[in-house]
Design a protein around this ligand. Structure first.
Ligand SMILES: Cc1cc2nc3c(=O)[nH]c(=O)nc-3n(C[C@H](O)[C@H](O)[C@H](O)COP(=O)(O)OP(=O)(O)OC[C@H]3O[C@@H](n4cnc5c(N)ncnc54)[C@H](O)[C@@H]3O)c2cc1C
Length: 449
């Protein structure tokens, strides 16, 4: 029987947990078990169908494992025996562990729509061979319907028309695409950017049935309208992949995620940790369980889990929820709460907004107009969230907001923020929109104090 100090089950967050463990415990023997031969960069999946040109250009290199002295075993773990501290592989191999990390991720949600099992209906699985098949098939398609206008659906819609002359329609149940992630004004701008590319968007509509005999030929909408479709992409969410954890007797919590404490240690077994989409998450803001699944959260949890395996080192502060996307060249990012979420939590808030070009002068080549909206708690002035749209800097500006949120900075603190600026790289120091949005919020915050 093979044996290791640490066995990790998983992909993206599994690799991160393994690397974190290696940094903290240089002498431990680490094995990573993963089902896939090749592991994809999950967030890059939509770009396989346009910008990067194929799944082979969107992989996490296994060199990362080699350079960190982590042994890779390809195959599916089908059983965990907690008494014997072993993992049983599908092929019968048994691997012993001292510490085990579940990073088994999530699988796409497949709704029970009549006809969902027809040919050419594709949930977005994070599997290389499967996505290669979708890629070859997409080159023969004329009418593509994307069910779900979240960031996965929107990114797919934007990408799959690149180099292909196909009709693409996004069907979204809510009044706006991206509504679960962004405030209305940002959703409207993102939708308009996508529509500029020729993609059709139908909101307030659900797909009631998938039509066709063996293969899909169309969809029937809640309005009664029918749309032609020879391919369907499903992008409506994901479910934690926790069947193996359940079979091993680990306690599951919110929406069947593995119950973990702040050290990412499972409630049930001190020698088993969990991280990523399969692990339960609490909101940074109110401590309530949240179903948000993002690579930013998964890898943060993985670094915490890996560090804590043999001695408590880091604690999880909860899910802030930071993400960014780009639609037809315009970037959108949100860190923490949107105005809609803050209102749903009945938080009393003050909002500050600012706009500026992301170069100075704004006439520099490739300058983009940037809009920032910050949300502060009315009683304390602490930042609770921020939304940004603009050019490429939006990705990192959103990350700056996440740091401000994590450290509970107030509007006052952000006013004093010393940002580095450069004409070609940032907004002007006079107009820096994160700072100016905070400056604008300080006045109403003072008035309400
Ligand atoms: C299309 C798409 C785009 C996305 N874009 C973004 C983005 O831009 N930003 C962002 O923050 N998030 C994004 N996400 C979400 C992000 O991808 C997930 O949060 C992230 O992949 C979670 O990582 P994970 O390691 O927990 O799980 P996963 O990535 O699901 O990995 C789990 C791994 O475990 C393996 N595994 C499972 N069970 C077993 C077993 N029994 N034996 C062996 N191996 C097993 C699986 O095969 C898989 O390789 C996107 C997701 C998708 C689908």
């Amino acid at each position: 029987m093979k044996k290791a100090d640490v066995v990790v089950l998983g992909g993206l967050s599994g690799i991160t947990a393994g690397i974190s463990c290696r940094r903290h415990y240089p002498d431990k023997k680490i094995i990573l078990i993963r089902k896939e031969g090749t592991v994809l960069i999950p967030c890059g999946i939509p770009y396989i169908y346009g910008t990067v040109g194929g799944p082979e250009n969107n992989v996490i290199p296994d060199g990362l494992l080699e350079s960190n002295g982590i042994e890779l075993i390809r195959g599916e773990a089908i059983e965990v025996d907690r008494e014997k501290k072993t993992v049983v592989m599908k092929g019968g191999e048994i691997i012993g562990y001292e510490k085990l990390v579940f990073a088994t991720g999530s699988v796409p949600l497949v709704p029970p729509i009549p006809g969902i099992d027809k040919e050419n209906v594709y949930p977005v699985k994070k599997e290389f061979e499967y996505l290669s098949e979708v890629h070859s098939h997409m080159n023969m398609v004329k009418d593509l319907v994307i069910i779900g206008g979240g960031f996965i659906g929107m990114e797919f819609a934007d990408e799959c028309r690149k180099g292909r002359n196909i009709n693409v329609t996004v069907v979204e149940a809510m009044p706006h695409c991206l509504q679960a992630a962004m405030d209305n004004e940002y959703c409207e701008e993102a939708q308009a950017k996508l529509e500029e590319t020729g993609v059709g968007i139908l909101v307030n509509q659900t797909v009631e049935a998938i039509l066709g005999k063996k293969k899909v030929t169309g969809v029937k909408l809640s309005s009664g309208k029918e749309l032609k479709a020879d391919m369907i992409i499903l992008g409506i969410g994901a479910l934690p992949n926790t069947d193996l954890a359940k079979k091993a007797g680990l306690e599951l919590g919110f929406r069947n995620t593995i119950k973990v404490d702040r050290y990412m240690q499972t409630y049930t077994d001190p020698d088993i940790f969990a991280c990523g989409d399969c692990a339960e998450k609490q909101s940074f803001f109110d401590g309530r369980p949240t179903g948000v699944m993002l690579a930013s959260i998964a890898t943060s949890e993985a670094r915490i889990a890996g560090a804590n395996l043999f001695s408590p080192t880091h604690q999880n502060c909860g899910a802030i929820s930071v993400f960014s996307t780009v639609i037809n060249g315009r970037a959108f990012g949100v860190a923490g709460l949107t105005e809609r979420c803050a209102n749903q939590m009945r938080a009393k808030i003050v909002i500050g907004t600012a706009e500026a070009p992301d170069t100075h002068p704004g006439g520099m080549p490739n300058s983009c107009h940037t809009k920032v909206k910050l949300i502060f708690a009315k009683d304390t002035g602490v930042i609770m969230g921020g939304s940004i749209c603009g050019g490429k800097p939006v990705g990192e500006m959103t990350n700056v907001l996440s740091a401000c949120i994590m450290h509970r900075m107030t509007a006052d603190d952000i006013v004093k923020f010393q940002m580095g600026t450069h004409p070609a790289l940032t907004s002007s120091p006079i107009m820096y929109p994160i700072v100016n949005a905070a400056c604008k919020a300080v006045i109403p915050l003072k008035a309400s104090a």
